[in-house]
Ligand binder design. Structure first.
Ligand SMILES: [Zn+2]
Length: 139
């Protein structure tokens, strides 16, 4: 049976006690009331269980589930770290793409300039050939 407790009740030092939950292997997820000054070392050691003791069979099942959950959290944390790494890689790839895009524009500009120079040279050659052919026909 779960105990009823009065939230206005105070511990031996006269302060409101606090409701806490034990996560020890012996008492996993078992609630208790304790002195709120306990951690400071100035407390009165007031302590009272709220929940009844957990039967051994349920305790081992609960601990097994708790450990499985912890290992899932570790895996999740590992996946989150990998995801952060992948996001970093993606950002670097985006930066590479931007840099390559700038280089591509520069190459295209150079290519256009070269095409114009070659066209001019071809026109000059055609003009020279036409002039030479015309002179040879006339003479
Ligand atoms: Zn106290």
């Amino acid at each position: 049976m779960e105990k009823e407790f009065d939230v206005d009740y105070r511990c031996y030092c006269g302060v409101h006690y606090v409701l806490k939950t034990s996560w020890t292997d012996e008492n996993p997820s078992r609630r208790f009331l304790g002195c709120s000054n306990y951690r400071d070392g100035n407390g009165c050691n007031y302590f009272d269980w709220i929940d009844p003791p957990i039967p051994n069979r349920k305790k081992s099942t609960f601990l097994s589930l708790l450990r499985r959950n912890e290992s899932s959290e570790v895996r999740l944390h590992r996946i989150e770290n990998k995801w952060e790494f992948v996001e970093g890689e993606i950002q670097m790839l985006h930066a590479d793409i931007d840099r390559l895009e700038v280089e591509r524009h520069s190459f295209e500009e150079n290519l256009r300039n070269l095409e114009q120079k070659y066209k001019f040279i071809v026109y000059v050659l055609i003009a020279v050939v036409c002039y030479s052919v015309g002179r040879s026909i006339v003479s």
